[in-house]
Design a protein around this ligand. Sequence first.
Ligand SMILES: *[C@@H]1O[C@H](CO)[C@@H](O)[C@H](O)[C@H]1NC(C)=O
Ligand SMILES: *[C@@H]1O[C@H](CO)[C@@H](O)[C@H](O)[C@H]1NC(C)=O
Ligand SMILES: *[C@@H]1O[C@H](CO)[C@@H](O)[C@H](O)[C@H]1NC(C)=O
Ligand SMILES: *[C@@H]1O[C@H](CO)[C@@H](O)[C@H](O)[C@H]1NC(C)=O
Ligand SMILES: *[C@@H]1O[C@H](CO)[C@@H](O)[C@H](O)[C@H]1NC(C)=O
Ligand SMILES: *[C@@H]1O[C@H](CO)[C@@H](O)[C@H](O)[C@H]1NC(C)=O
Ligand SMILES: *[C@@H]1O[C@H](CO)[C@@H](O)[C@H](O)[C@H]1NC(C)=O
Length: 490
Amino acid sequence: MASTPVTTTMVVVVVVATVALLMARRSEGIGVNWGTQLSHPLPASTVVQLLRDNGFDKVKLFDAEDAILTALRGSGLQVMVGIPNDMLAGLAAGEKAAEDWVAKNVSKHVNNGVDIRYVAVGNEPFLQTFNGTYLNTTFPAMQSVQAALVKAGLAGQVKVTVPLNADVYQSPTGKPSDGDFRADIHGLMLTIVQFLASTGAPFVANVYPFISLYKDPNFPLDYAFFQGTTSAPVVDGGVTYTNTFDANHDTLVAALRRNGYPNVSITIGEVGWPTDGDANANPQYAHQFNQGFITHIASGQGTPLRPGAPVDAYLFSLIDEDQKSIEPGNFERHWGVFFYDGKPKYPLSLNNSSQQLTPAKGVTYLEKRWCVLKPSVSLGDQKVGDAVSYACGLADCTSLGYKTSCGGLDPKGNVSYALNSYYQVNDQDDRACDFRGIATTTTVDPSAGSCRFIIEIAPTSGSEVAMVTRRRVAVGVVLAVFVYLVESML
Ligand SMILES: *[C@@H]1O[C@H](CO)[C@@H](O)[C@H](O)[C@H]1NC(C)=O
Ligand SMILES: *[C@@H]1O[C@H](CO)[C@@H](O)[C@H](O)[C@H]1NC(C)=O
Ligand SMILES: *[C@@H]1O[C@H](CO)[C@@H](O)[C@H](O)[C@H]1NC(C)=O
Ligand SMILES: *[C@@H]1O[C@H](CO)[C@@H](O)[C@H](O)[C@H]1NC(C)=O
Ligand SMILES: *[C@@H]1O[C@H](CO)[C@@H](O)[C@H](O)[C@H]1NC(C)=O
Ligand SMILES: *[C@@H]1O[C@H](CO)[C@@H](O)[C@H](O)[C@H]1NC(C)=O
Ligand SMILES: *[C@@H]1O[C@H](CO)[C@@H](O)[C@H](O)[C@H]1NC(C)=O
């Protein structure tokens, strides 16, 4: 008698625990993109600690940098390594290149305890702005890498995929259920989807409501967020879409269904909102979007065409990158949920708890010194304009402009901001705060309001030598060019 209830209880406990475990696995935490186009990257070990402290459980890389993969050893983080687009042709050309790449960039690290789960072959290679450059090489490169993984005995644990911009699918009517792949690459997309279906790899799509808003001033702002209501819902049969993310996701689901691949899983490779460099890029909107997104996917409700299905996603991005190309727009260097130094920009809960983002630990900075315009110098001086163009060309002035964090500076503050940015990029080298005599250093922080005059982080030592050396070379080149220019001006 006594034992029966106990047994039943135990069974119930086990079942409940198992279900809880399965659900926990299904609604697994969120991932994040770790880009490295910074003048002063934090040490890889600092970033890995930052990822762990904040409870990220997976990370997506754009390359396979040795220092980073070494730092990820034993971290427990799942890793997607990337292959840059400029390597696609080489990998497509023959098996040898892919075998070398896998040996050096996957097998070695897997053997050392890095949990590599995916190889991202290329990054948005079919973007229309690439003019078809990678159309012929992407799929052959995926096949080569897949063959190399099979040969290395890793195909079971490491899947090959390709992160694609959401412009590879579209809906002619705007209704998600009418989704299909872009006409000019339709056949190629089916070839790739067939490959993903056969290997069990996910379709990786990057989804950017911010860009929709940036490109179309009439895009309804509230449709970008996740409030559950919007002034401009999209009604599709019996379904009403109140946010553009769900509509975009389901356009892809419909495209997969229409072409006979209803079961291919979808991973959101990049999703996020920038905080500076544009009128709609600010911490308030970024918080609203990212928190809304995280809560939305954590709810487990899925999307209308895949109700209840977990949404697997990587935020874009972890840390701001001051050396990214600003061809897409000045916001491009401000996607991080953390600033360049690993400080959180705004409160964000990644797991629906009261726990917010925590900063990077052990970051060391250069001295508290800034470079500013000498108060006596007139703005009309030709040297001022020259200095600003020069500094902004080599450092980062994307926080200056209409409705940006430093948009409220007066004209002299504006100049100082540019000069300081250049000075910090050059590790506060005295020669980088001269500008033909118009600049001077100060220990009084010129920051005002939302505008932060940064102090760069100090160069690191020890195991991070490789990254530092690379940066130093870059800095040296910049300085050399500067000294040359100054001399030629005199
Ligand atoms: C949420 O994540 C933080 C950071 O990893 C962790 O400290 C906290 O325990 C987590 N809370 C829950 C409820 O999972
Ligand atoms: C490993 O990857 C890096 C970065 O993508 C690349 O530069 C290097 O050539 C790769 N190694 C081999 C052997 O292909
Ligand atoms: C694509 O073509 C346009 C117009 O011909 C050109 O301006 C642009 O530089 C090209 N882009 C690439 C990546 O080749
Ligand atoms: C891709 O291949 C097609 C057909 O062979 C060819 O016409 C086209 O020029 C190639 N494109 C590139 C960018 O190499
Ligand atoms: C998709 O998955 C469902 C449920 O597992 C299965 O019944 C169906 O046959 C699959 N469809 C395809 C095309 O694989
Ligand atoms: C998040 O937490 C709140 C209260 O803390 C709770 O009401 C809500 O159901 C949770 N959401 C999810 C998706 O767990
Ligand atoms: C400050 O500099 C930015 C970028 O050079 C420029 O767009 C803006 O108009 C300037 N503002 C003032 C007040 O001079």
